[in-house]
Write a protein that binds this ligand. Structure first.
Ligand code: LLP
Length: 411
C-alpha cells in the first residue's frame, strides 16, 4: 500500500505527507510512483501469455511526470485529444504506440496525429473516416484505423461512465461497422487494422468484459470473412478499483476470465486502462479551515473544493477521507468545500477525529485517476501542486498555480 501511517502520521512511500503539505501547500495532489509501476507490472504479468500492448489512458492522469513513468515502462497510450498527444511527445513517450479515441476529433488533431505517426485511430463514424482519409491524402501519408464498435453490453457502473450500451453516443453497432469496413476499401489513404470497443469505466466484475469479448469475436470472424485484415483487437479500459467496499477482480482474476477468450482472436490485443493503473496511487491533501456546528450537523470545511476534486459532486463518488495525523476518537461529520454550491461536498457522515480543528490536514484517497485532470479554476481558485514520490525522493510534477497565471490570457 502506497499510503500508510507510521507513528500515527500518514506517509506516501517514505515521505511524510505533513512535511509535503508544509513545503508545497494545500490542496496538494501526491502520487506514489512505485504504486503506478507496480500496477502496470501486475497487469502486464497477468496478461503475459497474450501478444498485447498496454496503452495507458492518458485522460486519467496526464501529468508529464506520470506519462514519463509509463513511457519508461514501455507503455503505449490511449488519447482523446491532440493535447494529450502533445503531452506524450513532450514527456518522451513513443507516439507510434498511441491509439486515438473519441467521437469528435478535429481536423487539426487528426493532422497532428498523422504527423506523429500514431499506431491507429479508433473511429466512430464514416464521416470521421472520410475526414481522416482526406487529411492523410493532403499529407501524402497513409494511416491506420480501427472502428469502435458498440457491443451493447451493460457494464453495471455509474450511468455517466457507461459507454457500451446502444443508447450511448459511442461506437457503431456491428451491422453499421461491417458496412463501414466495406466502404473503407474506397478510401485509399487509410488502412483497416482492427476493431476497438470500450464498454465503460469502474467495472467491478469480469462478466461484462467476457460477454462483450465473446460478441466481438463473432464480429471479428465475420470481418475476416469479409476480407478485413484484423491485426489488432482493442478492448478498451474500464477495470475498476476499490474506493470503498467494491470487490473488483484482481489482475490475475481478470486475466483468468478474459485471456482464454482473447487468445481466440489471433491478434495483438490492446488494453486501455487508466483508473486501474493510477487511481489508488494518488491522494489529495487539504487543510481544515473551520469546523462548523449547526443544530443538525457538524461540518468540516476544507480549503479544497469541487474545483479541485470534482468526482463527489459530479458522480456522487465515494472517496475515503482520512486524517493525516491518525486519531482513535472519531465522530461523524460532513466534509465539505468552500464553494457556494450545495454539491460542493466530499463526504457525508464520515468518521473524523473528534478533536479536529482549523489547520489540521486531511487526505482524500483514490485521487490518482480523474482527480487533478478534472480540476478547474472555478471561483478563481488556483490549482494546487502535484508531487510524485518514489521512495525518499520528491519530484514537483506540477507547481502550484499563481493568481497571475490565472489572468495572464485575459485582456
Ligand atoms: N479508453 C476509452 C476509450 C475511454 O473512454 C476511457 C475512459 C478509458 C479507456 C479508460 O477507462 P478506465 O480504465 O480509466 O476506466 N471521469 C470519470 C471516468 C470517465 C472515463 C471515460 N473513459 C470518473 O471520474 O469516474
Amino acid at each position: 500500500m502506497p499510503f500508510n501511517y507510521k507513528n500515527n502520521k500518514l506517509f506516501c512511500e517514505n515521505v511524510s505527507v505533513e512535511e509535503l503539505a508544509k513545503e508545497h501547500g494545500t490542496p496538494l495532489y501526491i502520487y506514489s510512483k512505485n504504486s503506478f509501476i507496480e500496477q502496470y507490472k501486475k497487469l502486464e504479468s497477468a496478461l503475459a501469455e497474450l501478444d498485447k500492448m498496454i496503452c495507458f489512458a492518458t485522460k486519467s492522469n496526464s501529468n508529464l511526470a506520470v506519462i514519463k513513468t509509463f513511457a519508461e515502462l514501455g507503455s503505449g497510450f490511449d488519447i482523446v485529444t491532440g493535447g494529450e498527444l502533445f503531452r506524450i511527445a513532450k514527456a518522451g513517450g513513443d507516439t507510434t504506440k498511441v491509439v486515438f479515441s473519441g467521437v469528435g476529433k478535429t481536423a487539426e488533431e487528426i493532422k497532428y496525429a498523422i504527423e506523429q505517426d500514431i499506431l491507429f485511430f479508433n473511429i466512430e463514424s464514416e464521416v470521421e473516416l472520410k475526414r481522416i482519409n482526406e487529411i492523410a491524402g493532403e499529407l501524402n501519408k497513409k494511416t491506420r484505423f480501427c472502428v469502435r464498435v458498440n457491443p451493447n453490453v451493460d457494464p453495471k457502473t455509474h450511468k455517466y461512465i457507461t459507454t457500451g450500451k446502444s443508447e450511448n453516443k459511442f461506437g457503431l453497432d456491428f451491422e453499421a461497422a461491417k458496412i463501414l469496413y466495406k466502404h473503407a476499401e474506397n478510401y485509399k489513404n487509410v488502412e483497416a487494422v482492427g476493431v476497438q470497443m470500450h464498454i465503460g469505466s469502474q467495472i467491478t466484475t469480469t462478466e461484462p468484459f467476457v460477454t462483450a469479448i465473446k460478441k466481438l469475436l463473432k464480429l471479428v470472424e465475420e470481418l475476416r470473412a469479409q476480407g478485413v485484415d484484423v491485426k489488432y483487437v482493442d478492448i478498451g479500459g474500464g477495470l475498476g478499483i476499490v474506493y470503498k467496499d467494491e470487490t473488483p477482480p484482481t489482475p490475475d482474476e481478470f486475466a483468468a476470465a478474459v485471456v482464454p477468450e482473447l487468445k481466440k482472436f489471433n491478434a495483438k490485443i490492446i488494453f486501455e486502462p487508466g483508473r486501474f493503473l493510477v487511481g489508488n496511487g494518488g491522494i489529495m491533501v487539504a487543510e481544515v479551515q473551520y469546523v462548523k456546528k449547526t443544530p443538525t450537523k457538524e461540518f468540516v470545511i476544507l480549503n479544497a473544493g469541487m474545483n479541485d476534486l470534482l468526482r463527489p459532486s459530479l458522480y456522487d463518488a465515494y472517496h475515503e477521507i482520512i486524517p493525516v495525523k491518525a486519531s482513535d476518537n472519531l465522530k461523524k461529520m460532513d466534509v465539505v468545500g468552500p464553494i457556494c454550491e450545495s454539491s460542493d461536498f466530499f463526504g457525508r457522515e464520515r468518521e473524523m477525529p473528534e478533536e479536529i480543528q482549523s489547520g489540521d490536514l486531511i487526505a482524500l484517497k483514490s485521487c490518482g485517476a480523474y482527480g487533478f485532470v478534472m480540476a478547474s479554476n472555478y471561483n478563481t481558485r488556483p490549482r494546487g501542486a502535484e508531487i510524485l514520490i518514489s521512495g525518499n525522493s520528491v519530484t514537483i510534477a506540477r507547481k502550484r498555480e499563481t493568481l497571475e497565471q490565472l489572468i495572464e490570457n485575459e485582456i
